[in-house]
Every structure is written in C-alpha cells, then in structure tokens.
Design a protein around this ligand. Structure first.
Ligand code: HEC
Length: 320
C-alpha cells in the first residue's frame, strides 16, 4: 500500500515536471511587497494591455497601444488563465470591479486639442528599483513623455505627465470627468472645455488627480472554465499522447471506437472505447485496466475535475 502511494506521488510530480512551466494550471497572481507588471490580454480591451498591481490592492490597466491608463480596480490582481493567444500574449481576467478613468483613446494632443498626433510610439517603461513601480515612456510627434499612475489614497488616482522639454507647444488631455466625483489639476493647468484639460507650453510637469465615485457593485468572480484542450494539456498530456506515441498510458489517437483489451476484476475482456468507458477511466481508473499497462496505476481525477470539465474533456477527446 505504502509503495503504491509513493509511486503515485512520484508519477504526479513527473506529470507536473513534464508539463513544465509553460502550461501550469490556472492561478491567480498575487501582489506581495513590490508592484507587479503583467502584460496580458484582458477581455474587452486593446490587445496591448499591461496590468499593474500595487501591494496596496490598487490596480490599473495601461493601454500601450494608445499610451494611456484606461481603468482601475481594487482588490485582487489578475487570474492568469494560461491560455496562450498568438502574438497577444496570454489571456487574463481582472479580479475586481472595473472603474473607467474616462481617458479618451489617444488622450494626449499637441498644439491643437482636436488633431490626433501624427506619430505616437510606446517606448516601454522604467521601474523604480525599490518599489517596482513603472514609469511609462512614449513619443508623441517626436516629443518624449514620461507617464506614471499612482493612487495616493483610496479612490484617488493621480496621472502624472512629464515632457522632455518646456515650450514644446500647448498640450491637451482628453478626460471625461462626468463619471468622477471630482478632478483636480496641478498648478498652471486648466479646463479648455469640458472633457479637455489644457497644459500650457511652459509647463513640463503636469498631474491630473481623479476622485473616483464609490462603487456599490460587489465583485463576483466568474467561475473558472477551461476548454477540453486545456484540461488535456494540464492533466493528461504527460501520460497520454494524441499522436500515437506510447507514453505511460495508451495514446488518445483514435481513442473513440477502438477495441481495447482490458482486465476488469481480474477477468480479461475486450471492449469498444465509448463515453462511459472514458468517464470511468477518469473517475475510477482502477476499475478496468488496459492490457499492457498494469504496472503503473493512473491517478483518479474524481476530486480534481468536475462534471463540466469532464464533459469538455470527452468532447475534446473525440477529435484531439
Ligand atoms: C500519471 C499518468 C497518467 C495521467 C496523468 C493520466 N493517465 Fe490515463 N492512464 C494512465 C495509464 C497508466 C493507463 C492504463 C492503465 C489503466 O487503464 O488504468 C491509463 C488509461 C486511461 C484510459 C483508458 C485508455 C484505454 O485505451 O483503455 C483513459 C480513457 C484515460 N487514461 C484517460 C485519462 C485522462 C482523460 C487523463 C487526464 C484527465 C488521464 N488519463 C491522465 C496514466 C495516466
């Protein structure tokens, strides 16, 4: 009994080792003592999003395409579901209620409040060595700008801008303040018209402080939902191939409908693989053992996967 348990434990760690870091099971990223920066794809946002989480529980999403912070949330940081999406990176879910900052797409304009910049290019960020907090850098019409975002106290957000040189033209920042409790501007700035802040040419350091409204909406976490392919790669791939290769367990290539010799309660039998047999293999793998694989037991997933997960997995296995 003891030995059996140990084999099972080492097999499970082998599974994890084989899966490697590239495909770890979904997990929340928690922020401890330093600010965390995570590039990811957040549903309903531009593809080039950077999530920033502070130890205080304040988080914001920065749109690197348009060089502006777009929304904030309090509480948890992100759940990195692990789904890799081509060039966009990995998908993640924010763990809190989104609050818009009211910044327009491309909020900064130079010279004329209504003319979009001729050129805008994101130049990455620098991190404060101690706190890890980023300062974003971008070039707008050739002018280098540094931008940082912080939350000096609960429900307040400060957007700071620093321009490379003075007298580089009047600047305008489009921000819709109607949803905010209050918006305060640093010295020398003023409202050009509702929704547009003017930063006069002589000023090279500006900040816009937003007092957010209290939100009464509670945050409800979406139940985790993995695709059959994801479940396969997290939990089964280490022992079952889909290309015919024999690993620790039989391959899943042409699994459905194939005839399989098994031993059930010590009695040999030949069965045709169907949904019921697969379901049983997942939840009670010792009930029937595939011939030739008697030496290594398959672990049960009865307490790991729920009914919904198993259905998605079975659907995936029909044509892996
Ligand atoms: C640690 C290795 C291991 C892992 C992980 C594993 N299995 Fe298995 N599996 C086996 C072995 C060994 C067998 C053959 C012995 C048996 O039938 O119990 C097997 C048999 C099976 C069979 C029967 C195949 C046949 O041809 O009769 C199915 C179906 C199956 N596994 C599904 C799964 C699924 C689905 C997962 C992931 C949720 C999974 N297994 C994870 C080792 C593993």
């Amino acid at each position: 009994m003891r030995r059996h348990a140990r084999t099972l434990t080492s097999l499970l760690s082998l599974t994890i080792a084989l899966n490697g870091l590239a495909e770890s099971a979904p997990s929340d990223i928690t922020v401890t003592n330093r600010t965390v920066i995570q590039r990811c794809v957040i549903d309903g946002s531009s593809a080039r999003m950077i999530a920033v989480g502070f130890p205080s529980g304040f988080n914001y999403a920065y749109d690197a395409q348009n060089c502006a912070p777009v929304y904030v949330w309090q509480g948890g940081f992100v759940d990195f579901s692990g789904e890799t999406l081509g060039r966009g990176g990995r998908r993640c879910e924010i763990l809190g209620v989104k609050q818009s900052l009211g910044t327009a797409i491309n909020p900064l304009r130079i010279g004329n409040p209504d003319t979009l910049p001729e050129s805008l290019s994101f130049k990455g960020y620098q991190r404060n060595q101690e706190t890890g907090t980023p300062t974003f850098r971008f070039e707008i019409n050739g002018l280098l700008v540094e931008q940082s975002i912080k939350s000096p106290s609960t429900n307040t957000v400060q957007i700071s801008l620093e321009f490379e040189s003075k007298n580089s033209g009047d600047k305008f920042y489009h921000i819709n303040s109607s949803e905010h409790e209050q918006v305060t501007l640093s010295e020398g700035l003023h409202w050009h018209r509702p929704g547009v802040v003017m930063i006069p040419s002589r000023i090279n350091k500006a900040s816009i402080s937003i007092s957010l409204r209290n939100i009464d909406k509670p945050y409800i976490r979406k139940p985790r939902s993995l695709s059959g392919a994801q479940i396969y790669s997290y939990y089964c791939k280490a022992c079952h191939s889909t290309d015919g290769t024999k690993l620790i367990g039989p391959t899943f290539k042409n699994l459905f409908g194939r005839s399989q010799e098994i031993i059930r309660q010590g009695i040999p039998d030949t069965i045709i693989v169907d949904t019921d047999y697969i379901r049983e293999s997942i939840t009670d793998p010792q009930a029937a053992i595939a011939n030739g694989y008697e030496n290594v037991p398959m672990p049960s997933f009865a307490n790991v996967l729920n009914g919904h997960d198993i259905n998605s997995l079975i659907e995936y296995l029909q044509n892996p």
